[in-house]
Design a protein around this ligand. Sequence first.
Ligand code: PEP
Length: 250
Amino acid sequence: MSQRTRTKVAAGNWKMNGKVSDLKEVTKIAHAARQRKTVFTLLCLPLTLFGRVGGAGLSVGAQDCHVSASGAHTGEISAEMIADASATHVIVGHSERRTDYLESDCLVQQKAQAVLGAGLTAIICVGENREQYEAGQALAVLQAQIEGSLPEAANSNNVIVAYEPVWAIGTGLLPTNEEIQSVHSEIREMLGRQVVDGEGISILYGGSVKGSNAAEIFSLPDVDGALVGGASLKANDFIPIIEALDAAEA
Ligand code: PEP
């Protein structure tokens, strides 16, 4: 399947950042996103801002969810509640959750299943850490994460995969373009073996994407977009990334 038939996605992850005073950034990003029609732009915001962006006309996602639809889980939010707040996507298995909260592939799979059950799209994150990268274990790690984290009901309409080498997140370090393309192509094959229309799943690269490196990353044939942390917080940083994706050859 060519890149043209896969959705190009620019997804921002604001993590635990953003107050009402930052909504002007959302408004500017939404305005720019409307001009770039080949790109699906999404901001995964803190839940506290969900009810505030209604008029911005931008798709909104959450950064995590609980596996259950409701119940006695103090401090948690369910995929059903996220859907009820008009969000469309949920990130699951981000490396910060896998590392800081010891989330296993099995839990990530259950969360992804909950996301699909609520009618939303799951952005499932995978990626090797530095030791695994240096030991040449990246592909084995990714294979295990993909096998363990994707729910049975996954397909190209309800799942996006984000390849985020943990050592590249927030560090300014990046794999070479050859490494990114090669890993994305391997992930595409893994998805093709595991999911009926797996080769049509959009695969995003994540880890230190900026306006200055976006165009070359998006020129790689198996890169369908980016999951962006730090550079999604400010419109002036995120808009050039959206523009680079819009300009990328399909
Ligand atoms: C992330 O946390 O998913 C991420 C890609 O962060 P950054 O863009 O800041 O490296």
